[in-house]
Design a protein around this ligand. Structure first.
Ligand SMILES: Cc1cc2nc3c(=O)[nH]c(=O)nc-3n(C[C@H](O)[C@H](O)[C@H](O)COP(=O)(O)OP(=O)(O)OC[C@H]3O[C@@H](n4cnc5c(N)ncnc54)[C@H](O)[C@@H]3O)c2cc1C
Length: 463
């Protein structure tokens, strides 16, 4: 059995090497024709739509989606960069393992999450996805593949890759940490009405769980309004009398207010937010029972469907043309705020933005001796991720509220993810995202600027 697993891994590795060879040829062929190689993959979770770059060549990486090997002893998975978390989870669960941090949307890929600050309810213990990576194989801007790990000559690239969003290169292969699981996750939803008490309690739950004073494996939460704040604590269990499923007519986020306690299979727990894209599926009528039934029967209740609908609408500006989106600013953001400032930031969100519910997820570095220069956080600080996604009715110019959020996040010593729209001035951006470190890595790994710089890609024009 062990031998056949080894043979399967060896043949998956050879197939990877052949794909890599072909990709390198495509990369250099594009460069010789004076074209700029740009990532081409089937799915995305990006929320900043840009016109394609001038003279771009699509670098087809759709095939880089295989789990090459699972090492149950070392608890490490070796995967291709565009492997979705759905596929990685499916490969790891039979070994009684899961990735240490599993972002909630099934089509998020390992490479996307490593470079884009992935986070989930186990992040209070393991930190961001990039902190769970052991090594990376990267196709850099020179068209070379580089093996980067914490203790080799490419360590600066290893650490600098987090929050680089493909501006230094693309992860083709990733070695990522796995953790043991049990069959079920029992969740306890605790109601709070006072934000100070809510965040104090969350900080204490995280501290106790990190010190193994309680069996908690997962912590996140949802804020429905000023006085309805919920913390959800999940623990692995071996047995369950009954389990809930939130993959069809039942809606997970609604269950938080309805049930104090619940049990899901571990797989269903990991994808609890995917069926309804947290709560954003309601914008597509998925809380109307007949429509939901139909979509469910057709296998369409998932974040990939909603993202495609949204992308299609955005590119065609359909709702706008129908006059349905007049005076609306899209605010689709995830930000990290130190827990001591979390009540202040929440009050700001209620007052100035008003998009609800809000997803809450605590995160803290697992190790204090590592620095990710393009996404520097204080390893001794517990951060609270606030996820808020929706349209804001306004008579202000586009970007007004997003800019307000960027300023408030900076004042409160927080960090903003770059997967969505940003409105920073170039000066403000580089003050927050470490230009010297970025430029030094660019000089070494992409001296001819094959890929755009981080500001141009995430705030400015094409990428
Ligand atoms: C509503 C919503 C909720 C979200 N919630 C969460 C959440 O809870 N937890 C979480 O972790 N994330 C969340 N995200 C963000 C998501 O993790 C990031 O957008 C992530 O980067 C998407 O990864 P992807 O694989 O879909 O990459 P894509 O969307 O295809 O690409 C994202 C960026 O990463 C770059 N990229 C992609 N693959 C690679 C690679 N292999 N190497 C280098 N660069 C690459 C692309 O060039 C692009 O700039 C959320 C997004 C949305 C829209």
């Amino acid at each position: 059995m062990k031998r056949s697993t080894q043979t399967a891994s060896e043949s998956a590795r050879s197939a990877f090497e052949a794909r890599r060879e072909r990709l390198l040829q495509d990369f250099h062929a594009a460069r010789e024709r004076g074209l700029t190689p740009r990532l081409h993959k089937r799915t995305s979770n990006l929320f900043r739509i840009r016109p394609p770059a001038d003279r771009a060549a699509r670098l087809d990486v759709t095939d880089f989606r295989h789990v090459i090997a699972i090492d149950p002893e070392r608890r490490v998975a070796e995967v291709e960069g565009m492997t979705t978390y759905e596929d990685l989870v499916e490969a790891a669960l039979p070994y009684g393992l899961m990735p240490a941090v599993v972002p909630q949307l099934k089509t998020i890929t390992v490479g996307g999450a490593v470079t884009g600050g992935g986070i989930e309810s186990s992040s209070f213990r393991y930190g961001f996805v990039h902190e769970t990576v052991e090594a990376l194989e990267i196709l850099d801007g020179r068209g070379e593949t580089v093996h980067a790990q914490p203790d080799n000559e490419h360590r600066a690239l290893f650490y600098g890759f987090a929050n680089s969003y493909g501006t230094l290169g693309y992860a083709l292969r990733v070695w990522i940490q796995l953790i043991p699981v049990r069959p079920y996750v029992q969740v306890i939803h605790t109601h709070h009405s006072d934000p100070d008490e809510y965040f104090n309690n969350m900080a204490e739950t995280c501290r106790a769980a990190r010190h193994h004073e309680r069996p908690t494996a997962f912590i996140d939460g949802a804020v429905f309004d000023e006085t309805n704040l919920y913390q959800t604590e999940g623990s692995f269990v071996d047995e369950a009398e009954s389990v809930s499923r939130y993959t069809f007519m039942d809606i997970y986020y609604r269950s938080i207010r309805r049930k104090e306690q619940d049990t899901l299979t571990t797989r269903d727990y990991l994808w609890r937010w995917d069926t309804d894209w947290f709560w954003c599926s309601r914008a597509y009528g998925m809380e109307i029972p007949a429509l939901r039934f139909l979509a469910g029967a057709l296998g369409l209740l998932n974040s990939a469907t909603y993202w495609k609908l949204r992308d299609w609408n955005e590119r065609g500006r359909i709702l706008e043309r129908l006059g349905l989106l007049r005076d609306v600013e899209w605010v689709i953001q995830d930000v990290e705020i130190p827990v001591t400032h979390a009540p202040t930031f929440l009050a700001f969100l209620h007052r100035e933005i008003g998009i609800r519910p809000i997803w809450i997820c605590p995160a803290q570095a697992a190790r204090t001796d590592t620095v990710y220069p393009l996404y520097r956080t204080d390893p001794d600080t517990l951060y609270i991720n606030f996820g808020f996604w929706g349209g804001k009715k306004t008579d202000q110019p586009d970007g007004y509220h997003n800019r307000l959020i960027e300023e408030r996040v900076a004042e409160l010593e927080g960090k903003k993810s770059l997967y969505s729209t940003s409105f920073f001035t170039e000066e403000d951006f580089w003050a927050r995202y470490n230009r010297p470190a970025h430029d030094a890595l660019k000089t070494q790994y992409d001296p001819e600027n094959t890929f755009p710089d981080l500001y141009t890609k995430c705030v400015g024009t094409p990428g």
